[in-house]
Design a protein around this ligand. Structure first.
Ligand code: CP
Ligand code: NVA
Length: 304
């Protein structure tokens, strides 16, 4: 069966644990190496990854390209607006054609259904590089970062403060599978999707007060208040007043709590300079870990 990586909850706990363990091992094995050197086992040797972007990207774009090089393969990167997809060619036809030309496809799409429809007809692995609904690759990098600095994520408490968005959804999907508690503090109008919330089961807690949500937490996470595609900028800034992460909020978390943000950050909105540039912030390790986590996702897709 073709191994797609569309959402965290589509894999079982053992497969996810295997991917994360592989990511830790691959990162350790290449410590001090130049970034272009190929891993000893080269699991993507002779393989080509196509990357299709309907939205902007810095981290996802560079990390997948670097990942394929380190795995011994190569990649082709195209903005959807430059493809016939951007002129209305159906995603299914695009999937049929790309399946004949490359060995895997990563897509960043406006609509989650488009990635699902692409994968339904693709005969090569498809990886979700962010949709309006979820961002599963990001969460693997986040969990990897937590484990590097604080040990196994199982049993930890992670507090999300801000918008109940795509990144928040993927955390909720991951909570029962990696066995961590996930507290979400967001304004009522911007709470997470209820289906995604339900996937978190008894591992996810909706708490309206940010201070209450972060109390004693091991990790505090936030993201932009205005995601790509959101139109209501002014309303959002107003609604999220009081949901910014500052030092006072971090002080309410556990004494050794760490701060994560998938980036890009909007300093002065969802997070202060002092927090994101301060000693509790792990955001640069988190960004780097996109490469390591995605290498292991790709290796899994290729059958590793
Ligand atoms: N975090 C993340 O996905 O960043 P980009 O939008 O830059 O890819
Ligand atoms: N929630 C953000 C994440 C960016 C990586 C967005 O969708 O724009």
């Amino acid at each position: 069966m073709t191994r797609h990586f569309l959402d965290i909850h589509r894999l079982d706990a053992a497969a996810l644990r295997g991917i994360l363990d592989d990511a830790h091992a691959r990162k350790a094995a290449r410590k001090g190496w130049p970034k272009g050197r190929v891993d000893a086992d080269a699991p993507a040797k002779d393989r080509v990854l196509a990357m299709v972007f309907e939205k902007n990207s810095t981290r996802t774009r560079f990390s997948f390209d670097a990942a394929m090089r380190q795995l011994g393969g190569s990649s082709i990167i195209v903005n959807a607006g430059d493809m016939q997809l951007g002129r209305g060619e159906p995603v299914e036809d695009t999937a049929r054609v790309l399946s004949r030309m490359v060995d895997a496809v990563m897509i960043r799409a406006n609509r989650h259904e488009d990635v699902e429809n692409f994968a339904r007809v693709a005969t090569v692995p498809v990886v979700n590089g962010l949709t309006d609904r979820s961002h599963p690759c990001q969460i693997l990098a986040d969990l990897m970062t937590i484990e590097e600095h604080r040990g196994p994520v199982a049993g930890k408490t992670i507090a999300w403060v801000g918008d109940g968005n795509n990144v928040c959804h993927s955390f909720m999907h991951a909570a029962p599978l990696f066995d961590f508690r996930f507290r979400v503090a967001c304004p009522a109008a911007y709470h997470p999707d209820l289906h995604d919330l339900a996937r978190g089961g008894d591992h996810v807690f909706l708490i309206s007060d940010p201070r209450e949500a972060v109390r004693g937490a091991d990790v505090v996470v936030t993201d932009t208040w205005v995601s790509m595609g959101d139109q209501d900028y002014e309303e959002r800034l107003e609604a999220f007043d009081g949901y910014g992460v500052d030092d006072a909020l971090m002080d309410a978390a556990a004494p050794d709590a760490v701060f994560l943000h998938c980036l890009p950050a909007h300093r002065g909105e969802e997070v202060t300079d002092a927090v994101i540039d301060g000693p509790r912030s792990l955001v640069w390790d988190e960004a780097e870990n996109r490469i390591h986590a995605q290498k292991s996702v790709l290796a899994w897709c290729f059958g590793g």
